[in-house]
Design a protein around this ligand. Structure first.
Ligand SMILES: Nc1ncnc2c1ncn2[C@@H]1O[C@H](COP(=O)(O)OP(=O)(O)OP(=O)(O)O)[C@@H](O)[C@H]1O
Ligand SMILES: [Mg+2]
Length: 484
């Protein structure tokens, strides 16, 4: 039997047992499906992140990552791939886990080919359903660019975050996301929303730091007509706009303390009262918050309400900085290169191994956002089809700029914390001193026309020291006078 083009599915088989892969592959290819097979968890993740599959058969126990872990990751990234967990030992725990985590089914070895065909049928019908939902959403105009909420990462830290996203998605528990700027806080919030039962309802964002505090209350809770000067018409407010969906309160640490009390009340009662209104209105909203501040510290300084913090931080998700998970740099860089080469330059550009290891060595003070922008910039400026380290030359300048605002000590302390050896720090220290000394000596020697005696006097150092420095730094003397 042969499948028609649209009934042809893309199938991934991940199992370390060769015979299982062989049997599945034979059966599925005979039905006309496109089959990829891998033998371990790592390769399964690779395949799933670089290709779109309709259905994946994942062995529960493989080297690398288990089928369940991969399932969590897929759900966290908002993937639509249907997953069938395969296992040799049928345990209730595994079966329950698999289904709770959103597997299409749970299959115990040995299985019959009739079971496989039935599963393929189910995957096909969910695909049709899914396409319809997507179409509807597009018509409603509310959807994101496809793939724009895909979280990428390979580090253990990110894997833990994927799992957490999967777990908290199904329950309406308050989640507080913390992490440096550009680490992906908003993206994690979106991933939770997309993996949740609310995914086809609104995801509404309010940035407490971006809205003047006197307007924030009506922004959140709405207002009645004439509630204050300028309130010409009534306004729903973000809480009610997010009804049935998710409200993402970004930079919650910047919310004025007075408004924090009102927010707490809304969270306790599930009701909002618009500014100038009398009757509270019931809202069904899931609240996710994020901040780059340390809220415990803010509490101790009296800038944040402790009771509100406990209410918001039922499940904390802390995203480590990119330099604490350098192994993600490569995966992210490849992902962004792939995404933006088609989106921005409309041709396929690759990234070289050398460029990847160069990027891995960078500090990324702006975290994933900085890496993403670096890739975009390199792609747009690139003259060849493969990005090489020189395409990222501009990073040198920007890292200098970043260092510019910091004191020497700050910079060195930061580097030591980042795990640089003492040698490297000494080296860095020397470079920094040189970077100050060189222009200073240059200027002064120019001023004295290369006269070292006068230059040494102006600098307040003795002439031999100056001569040594000139040699060390390889400074070219102006004028003729070497021995003056
Ligand atoms: N794990 C990831 N996979 C793919 N893209 C990511 C990931 N993390 C972050 N990004 C991308 O990096 C950029 C910054 O992410 P995001 O806006 O979520 O960060 P943020 O922590 O909210 O930053 P800020 O504190 O500055 O608001 C976005 O374009 C986002 O898509
Ligand atoms: Mg953000």
């Amino acid at each position: 039997m042969n499948a028609t083009a649209e009934s042809r599915l893309a199938v991934l088989i991940a199992d370390d047992e060769e015979s299982i892969r062989f049997v599945l592959r034979e059966a599925l290819e005979a039905e006309g499906h496109r089959v990829n097979e891998v033998a371990d968890g790592e390769s399964a993740l690779d395949a799933l992140s670089s290709d779109q599959f309709d259905i994946a058969f994942l062995d529960i126990r493989m080297p690398g990552h288990s089928g369940l872990e991969i399932l969590d990751q897929l759900r966290a990234t908002g993937s639509n791939t249907a997953v069938v967990i395969i296992t040799a030992q049928n345990t209730m725990e595994n079966a329950v886990e698999a289904m709770k985590r959103g597997a299409l089914d749970y299959l115990v070895k040995p299985f019959s080919l009739a079971q496989i065909s039935a599963l393929i049928e189910r995957a096909r019908s969910t695909r049709v359903l899914r396409d319809e939902v997507r179409e509807l959403r597009r018509e409603a105009g509310g959807s994101q660019r496809p793939g724009s909420e895909r979280l990428v990462g390979r580090s253990d830290a990110m894997l833990d975050i994927f799992k957490l996203v999967g777990k908290v998605a199904v329950r309406n528990v308050p989640v507080l996301i913390t992490g440096e700027s550009g680490t992906g806080k908003e993206l994690v919030a979106r991933a939770i929303h997309s993996a949740s039962p609310r995914s086809n309802r609104a995801f509404v964002t309010v940035n407490a730091a971006a809205i003047p505090s006197e307007l924030l209350e009506s922004e959140l809770f709405g207002h009645e007509r004439g509630a204050f000067t300028g309130a010409i018409s009534t306004r729903l407010g973000r809480f009610r706009e997010a009804s049935g969906g998710t409200l993402f309160l970004d930079e919650i640490g910047d919310m004025p303390i007075g408004l924090q009390a009102k927010l707490l009340r809304v969270l306790q009662n599930g009701e909002v009262t618009p500014v100038g209104g009398r009757d509270p209105i019931f809202v069904d909203v899931r609240v996710i918050t994020a901040t780059h501040h340390n809220l415990d510290e803010a509490v101790s300084h009296g800038n944040f309400r402790e009771d509100l913090l406990y209410r918001l931080r039922v499940v904390p998700i802390e995203i480590p900085s990119l330099r604490e998970r350098a192994e993600d740099v490569r995966t992210l860089a490849e992902f962004f290169t792939h995404r933006y080469s088609t989106e921005l330059v409309e041709e396929s550009i690759e990234i070289s191994e050398k460029a990847l290891s160069y990027l891995e060595k960078q500090r990324w003070p702006g975290n994933v956002r900085e890496l993403e922008n670096a890739i975009k910039r390199a792609l747009v400026l690139a003259s060849t089809k493969v990005l090489s380290p020189t395409d990222f030359n501009f990073l040198e300048d920007s890292s200098r700029r970043h260092g510019g605002g910091q004191s020497l000590e700050d910079l060195i302390v930061a580097r030591v914390r980042d795990g640089l050896s003492e040698d490297k720090v000494t080296d860095l220290h020397r470079k920094l001193i040189e970077s100050v000394e060189r222009p200073l000596l240059d200027t002064i020697l120019k001023h004295t026309d290369g006269n070292q005696i006068r230059a040494a006097a102006l600098l307040g150092i003795n002439r031999n020291t100056l001569r040594k420095k000139i040699v060390e730094l390889g400074i070219e003397l102006p004028g003729k006078d070497e021995s003056a």
